[in-house]
Structure formats: C-alpha cells, structure tokens
Design a protein around this ligand. Sequence first.
Ligand code: MG
Length: 257
Amino acid sequence: MIELKSARELGLMRTAGHVLSDVVAHLRGFVKPGMSTLEIDEDVEAFIAARGAKPAFKGYRGFPATVCISINDEVVHGIPSSHRRIKEGDIVGLDLGCIVDGYYADCAFTLAIGDVPPKVQQLLDVTRESLDQAIQECRPGRRLSDVSHAVQAHVERHGFSVVRAFVGHGIGRALHEDPQVPNFGDPGRGPQLRPGMVLAIEPMVTMGSWEVKVLDDGWTAVTRDGSLAAHFEHTIAVTETEPEVLTSRTGRSVQVA
Ligand code: MG
C-alpha cells in the first residue's frame, strides 16, 4: 500500500532532505584524489550527526557504513574502506540517507574526479537528466510507470543502458516503502500518483550492458561487463502542483554532475 504523507510528515522529510542537500554540496568540494572512501564516510557521518540527524544506511540489513561509495564499474552499495582510495579520472557514486524524528530521505549523485573523457561526462549528464525528466512526471494523475518510462526513454535515446536489478522506492517512516519504482517500463501503467506520495527515484545507468552482479562482500554491485556506471537519486513529493524535490534546498532538481 502506498502511504500518503501529511504536511507534518512532509515537513520532517524536508528537514532530512535538506540535511542531505547540504552534505552533497559539502562533498562536491571535499572529495579529492588520494582520499580513502572510509575518510569520506566518517566525514559524512559526523556532518549528519552535527545536524541532529541519524544515518539511514548504517546498520540497515547489516550495511556497515553511512555512505554507499561505488567507483567506476561499481553500480551501487560499495562499502567504504581505508584501503580504497579515490583516483584522478574516477567516477564516484555517493549514495546516502538520513533520518529526522523517524522520517527518511535518500539521495545519490556521481562525481567525476578531475578530467574524464567526454563520453564519461555524457554518462553522468544523461543519468542526471533522466532523473530530472522522471521528476517532471511526479504529478497528480500520472501513473507510476510514466516515471519509469521517462528514465528509460532518455537513457536509451543516448545509447546507454538502464540497470534492472535495483529500483527506486517509496520512502517515509521506512527507507524502503511501497511502491517499487523501476527505471524501465511502458508508460501508462500502475497506480495513479496523488499528492502526499513520496518517491525516491534513482536511475542507475551503464555504458555497456544492463547486467550486474554482486561481489563476494555481499553488497557491492558491479556491471558484469566491467563498463562504467552512474547513479543519481532524489526524494520527491507529489503535490497538487509542481513536484517538490525534498533532497534539494530549492525544492527543485539542481544537481550538476
Ligand atoms: Mg534509494
């Protein structure tokens, strides 16, 4: 069942989302070549705690860290480590969530470290644009698969692939609520969107095949063909009018790859 959030609940999720928006702004200047992924994780954990929020991922099904950090062919759920260092030319996916008074927000972005080839920058741009297009479908009367279709159509128009194995989700009092939000599918299907619904939409896009596998650590998902992958995510509230991006201080999608 898809729960509709009250104004009070949306307020708490907005507070959580704005903490994440601030973390993202901070990380854009903070992440540098030579840094370990554990250093990034510890920094974000302290940042979230200083705002009076709690990390959403740490301890979730046993995940050991605050941020999922997934580099290059890693798609999602990379585990921070003192042994893993960021290099010039990497693309680094950073996925994080936090909790304020029991309510969740979730977001992700992929950062290019220094100069990357134009095709790689295009992967990031197209993934972010597909999220923006999906957000524009989050209006009363549209159907859930209109959101999914918007992602797939934009990504495949540019010759990239959409990962099938992981999907977006409803969010609120739990990190993952109904409905599942696939990044692919025909339009015009599924439940109609209504004000008060909140969705975490998170396209995962590869330069090669859409097939992924999970590494022996039980978490890290990588592309089967070793191709690069990008991931962007926002938490979006359906309103009577424009969709509200709860994980942006402006309420709008303003991510820059
Ligand atoms: Mg998510």
